[in-house]
Write a protein that binds this ligand. Structure first.
Ligand SMILES: *Cc1c(COP(=O)(O)O)cnc(C)c1O
Length: 406
C-alpha cells in the first residue's frame, strides 16, 4: 500500500513570481501606498474584484481583519446582536467581539448547514447583521437566508474564508451578501502565509473599510472603482468619512499581494481538481455503512480542499475516538471537531462570547463529524490510501465493538 501522504505540506508558490519578488527585495518597495500607482496590492484588488464580478475589493492582513472591518463599516451600535453559525472557526465570533458587538449562535444541522428554523426564530428586529460562514465550503441555503435578511433589511456578511471558487446557482460565493470576506492563510485555496480580502459593490461600506484599514491622510486616492478615477459615489464616500474614523492598520504588504496574484490564475484548476478529488473520496466513503458524506445542496457547486464526513452508528464517544486512533495508526490524521481537545471550531471552546442558548443539533454533529485535509495536489493513489485507511479504521472499530457486545 502507498504510504499515506503528508496533507499538511504546502504547495510550491508558482515560479512566475520570483522575478517580481527579487525586484521588491532590491527596491525595498513593500508598502502598498509608496508607489503612485499600480502597487501589487492595488493590482490584486482590481484583479480579485474583476474575478469575482464585484465593483470593489480591499486587501487586508487576514480574513479576520476583513470580517472585523466589514462589521465596523456597518456602523452598528455597540452591543448589537450579530447572528453567526454555531459551527465555524473561532475567528468569526472573535471578529464580532472585536467590533464590540454581541454574537448569537444559530444551530447547525448534521449536514454542516445552518438550521433555517432556528435562523428564522433568531432573526429578530434587534439583530444588526448576519455573518454566514460557508464553513469548509459547505453552503447553507443562501436563497432562504437572503430572502429573510433582505425582507428584514439586515445586512449579510459572507465569511467565504475557505470557499473561494464555490458557487450557488452559478453565482460566486462571497458576492451574494453586502460584503464577502476571503482568506489567504496557508490552509486555504490561495496561500500567502497570511492575508485576506473583502469584496463589495457598496461604495460607502468600501470607503469606511478602506480608511479604517489604515488609508491615512489621502491614501484612499489609491483605491478606485472599475471605472478608474471617475467613480463619484466612491469619491463622495471618501470625502464623507475623511478624519471621521479610527485607523486600525490592517493593511496587506506588496510581498503578500505578489504571492496571491501569482496563484490567481491557478484557482480554476485547483477548484476543478479539488472537486474531483473530494467526490472520488466521498463516493468511496459513502459505500461504507459507517461513514457518510452529506451531499451538497442542489444549488451548490463546491470547491473543497478537505473532506468532512459523519460517523454513523458510533454510539459512544470512545468508539469515535478509537476510530480516529485507528485511522492515525494507518497514517491518516482525522480530527473529530467536538472530540479533539480545545478544537477552535467547537463553540464551547469560545468562552469569551458569553452564554448562548442550547444548540442541540450542532452538539450532536460536532461529536461525530470528521475532518480530513485533501489538498488538491493529491494523486488517485494517495486518495485511495486515505479513503481505504478511513474505511478500514471504521470497520475495525465496529467489529471490535460488536465482538465485545454492548
Ligand atoms: C480560516 C478561516 C477564517 C479566518 O481566516 P484568517 O485569514 O486566518 O483570519 C475565518 N473563517 C473561516 C471559515 C475560516 O476557515
Amino acid at each position: 500500500m502507498t504510504q499515506a501522504p503528508n496533507v499538511y505540506d504546502a504547495e510550491p508558490i508558482p515560479a512566475s513570481v520570483r522575478a517580481e519578488i527579487e525586484k521588491m527585495l532590491q527596491t525595498g518597495d513593500l508598502f502598498r501606498y509608496t508607489a503612485a500607482e499600480n502597487a501589487p496590492v492595488s493590482l490584486l484588488e482590481r484583479e480579485f474584484a474583476d474575478m469575482m464580478g464585484t465593483k470593489y475589493a480591499l486587501a487586508v492582513s487576514s480574513c479576520s481583519a476583513a470580517l472585523f472591518l466589514s462589521l465596523e463599516a456597518l456602523a452598528l451600535e455597540p452591543g448589537t446582536k450579530v447572528l453567526i453559525p454555531g459551527f465555524t472557526f473561532a475567528a468569526v465570533p472573535s471578529s464580532v467581539v472585536h467590533a464590540k458587538l454581541t454574537p448569537i449562535l444559530v444551530d447547525v444541522a448534521a449536514n454542516y448547514r445552518i438550521d433555517m428554523a432556528d435562523f428564522e426564530a433568531k432573526l429578530t428586529p434587534d439583530v444588526g447583521a448576519v455573518i454566514i460562514s460557508h464553513m469548509r465550503g459547505h453552503t447553507s441555503d443562501m436563497d432562504a437566508i437572503m430572502a429573510l435578511c433582505d425582507a428584514a433589511g439586515i445586512p449579510v456578511i459572507e465569511d467565504a474564508a475557505h470557499s473561494l471558487g464555490t458557487t450557488w446557482n452559478g453565482q460566486k460565493i462571497g458576492t451574494m451578501g453586502r460584503v464577502g470576506c476571503f482568506s489567504f492563510q496557508s490552509y486555504k485555496l490561495v496561500n500567502a502565509g497570511e492575508g485576506g480580502i473583502l469584496v463589495t459593490d457598496d461604495a460607502d461600506l468600501l470607503a469606511r473599510a478602506v480608511i479604517m484599514s489604515g488609508a491615512y491622510e489621502h491614501n484612499w486616492k489609491k483605491h478606485q472603482g472599475p471605472g478608474g478615477a471617475d467613480d463619484t459615489a466612491l469619491a463622495e464616500a471618501f470625502a464623507r468619512w475623511q478624519n471621521e474614523l479610527p485607523l486600525y492598520n490592517l493593511r496587506l504588504s506588496n510581498l503578500s499581494a505578489a504571492l496571491v496574484r501569482a496563484q490567481l490564475p491557478e484557482v480554476e484548476t485547483r477548484v476543478r481538481k479539488g472537486r474531483i478529488n473530494h467526490d472520488y473520496v466521498a463516493d468511496k466513503l459513502n459505500a461504507s455503512p459507517w461513514l457518510s458524506v452529506p451531499p451538497a445542496l442542489p444549488a451548490e457547486k463546491r470547491a473543497p480542499d478537505s473532506i468532512q464526513f459523519n460517523l454513523e452508528e458510533f454510539l459512544s464517544d470512545e468508539d469515535a475516538i478509537a476510530f480516529a486512533e485507528a485511522a492515525a495508526a494507518r497514517g491518516v490524521k482525522v480530527q473529530i471537531f467536538g472530540l479533539s481537545e480545545d478544537n477552535a471550531r467547537a463553540f464551547w471552546n469560545w468562552k469569551f462570547i458569553g452564554p448562548q442558548g442550547p444548540l442541540p443539533q450542532t452538539v450532536n454533529m460536532l461529536m461525530r463529524a470528521c475532518d480530513v485535509r485533501l489538498p488538491t495536489r493529491l494523486t488517485t493513489d494517495e486518495l485511495d490510501t486515505i479513503a481505504d485507511a478511513l474505511i478500514a479504521a471504521a470497520a475495525e472499530v465496529k467489529a471490535g465493538s460488536r465482538a465485545y457486545g454492548t
